[in-house]
Design a protein around this ligand. Structure first.
Ligand code: 2AM
Length: 198
């Protein structure tokens, strides 16, 4: 999307002041119970890490930022029209994300399986169709297992320990539109709508 002056329109969540009626939304898969068990089993060995709860575990397909109600409706309509096969989800390896040289999250990866990548593409397309600027970064399929801050111990041991992890596949037969709400115990994720895969 380009404005008349040739400037790319800034992502919606940078342009809009978060206010009444805005919701922080993302499209995600919920790992099946067997894989969540496996994820919960990795959560040790980094002092001070804020390990995620079972309820927080998800794999983001498309991050949307702050969305207004009418956009959310269009997004929901677009997501409802997605016709895609169920995703065989396999956990694979571990890693971290950092910004300005500081690690802020630890994750377990997911195999970049074709059905998964295509579904993420369709989710992002639905977002653009609703007038939202979805993430333009490469899709790095992952499930965040811990939030890290400067006071935490080293994370290298965790990443090494789980680098050969391979669990699954477990079939995921639906995906959801979620809202993220920041609370005292970290973010809480609420399922707003669910969509069936083939
Ligand atoms: P994370 O787990 O790697 O932090 C809800 O916040 C979900 O959206 C999380 O899975 C989070 O990924 C993801 N998310 C948050 N901000 C994002 C951004 N700017 N780009 C892509 N994904 C983001």
């Amino acid at each position: 999307q380009m404005r008349g002056d040739g400037q790319a329109i800034a992502p919606i969540w940078q342009r809009l002041v978060r206010g009444e009626g805005m919701r922080r939304l993302f499209v995600a898969l919920r790992p099946p119970p067997m894989l969540r068990q496996c994820l919960l089993g990795t959560m040790a060995g980094v002092s001070g890490a804020r390990w995620q709860s079972d309820a927080q575990l998800h794999l983001t397909l498309a991050f949307l930022g702050d969305v207004a109600e009418d956009q959310a409706e269009r997004l929901d309509a677009g997501l409802s029209r997605i016709d895609a096969p169920a995703v065989p989800l396999t956990l694979e390896g571990a890693g971290s994300f950092a910004s300005r040289g500081r690690v802020h999250s630890l994750w377990i990866g997911a195999e970049p399986e074709e059905a998964l990548e295509r579904l993420a593409g369709k989710g992002r397309r639905a977002a653009r169709g609703a007038g939202l600027v979805s993430d333009d970064q490469a899709f790095v399929p992952h499930i965040t297992v811990a939030r890290i801050n400067a006071g935490c111990g080293p994370v290298d041991g965790f990443i090494r320990q789980w680098s050969d992890l391979c669990a699954g596949p477990a079939l995921v037969e639906r995906f959801g539109l979620y809202e993220s709400r920041l609370g005292s115990g970290g973010s809480a994720y609420h399922l707003l709508c669910e969509y069936q895969l083939r």
